[in-house]
Design a protein around this ligand. Structure first.
Ligand SMILES: [Zn+2]
Length: 239
């Protein structure tokens, strides 16, 4: 087999390596991991909002508790006056009773508000707990994805290394100038990874266009290790 024929084998390894490199870059787990990280960030943002809300609610609840205590103390004070026996005039007694009624009414109104706040604090606590549980699940997902990526990377790297070794054996016999031209052409995007093509039945195996008869005869007459190129696409032709 003429040494240049090995170029097609070299290209097969290069194409296989390109495929693996692309797979390595586009592992579906990478996108899933990104989504998992985004989910974690959004959960953390929601968590901060919940914490702020809980603090604001606690603050309000604390303030209301203080107000309840003040109103209750005032009501107690008026009650003490009422039952002390120092006030005897019926009108004044009536006025004290009315004041107590109003104070107790206000107190129970405040207590109701406080109860609502406590319930809202409870709800917020539950939301915080659910949020953190979801965050833990997301972390576990991310860990699994990272492990899957790591495993795939290891396998692909091992394959790439094996291909590189096998490719090296094939390049040994290809003339250096032809190999250099192959590398140069292969770097061009329009080659789509195929810089060498077999010459079969008068056509280029790369662009599949028939060579002019004169050109074809000229190529056939060239020495075995000559660099031959397709006149249409520029690919290296391997006889
Ligand atoms: Zn061609």
């Amino acid at each position: 087999m003429p040494p240049i024929q090995q170029l097609l084998d070299v290209q097969e390894f290069d194409l296989a390596s390109d495929g693996l490199t692309l797979r390595l870059r586009t592992l579906p787990e990478r996108e899933a991991l990104q989504q998992s990280h985004a989910r974690a960030a959004s959960l953390d943002e929601a968590h901060s909002t919940f914490i702020e809300r809980r603090e604001a609610l606690s603050h309000s609840e604390h303030g209301l508790g203080g107000e309840v205590a003040v109103v209750a103390a005032k009501a107690k004070e008026v009650e003490d006056t009422l039952y002390s026996g120092t006030v005897k005039a019926p009108k004044e007694l009536e006025a004290l009773q009315e004041e107590i009624r109003l104070l107790r009414e206000r107190q129970s109104g405040l207590e109701e508000q406080e109860m609502e706040l406590l319930e809202e604090i409870d709800r917020t606590e539950r939301e915080i707990a659910e949020n953190r549980a979801a965050r833990d699940r997301t972390d576990a997902d991310s860990k699994d994805l990272e492990a899957a990526i790591h495993k795939a990377e290891g396998e692909i790297d091992a394959d790439l290394e094996r291909f590189a070794d096998q490719r090296a054996c094939k390049t040994e016999r290809v003339p250096a100038a032809i190999l250099a031209e192959y590398e140069r052409l292969r770097a061009q995007q329009r080659m789509a990874g195929r810089a060498a093509a077999p010459l079969a039945q008068g056509s280029c195996g790369g662009c599949r266009v028939k060579l002019p008869v004169l050109e074809y005869n000229r190529l056939k007459a060239e020495p075995e290790d000559a660099l031959l190129c397709c006149v249409h696409c520029g690919r290296i032709l391997v006889r």
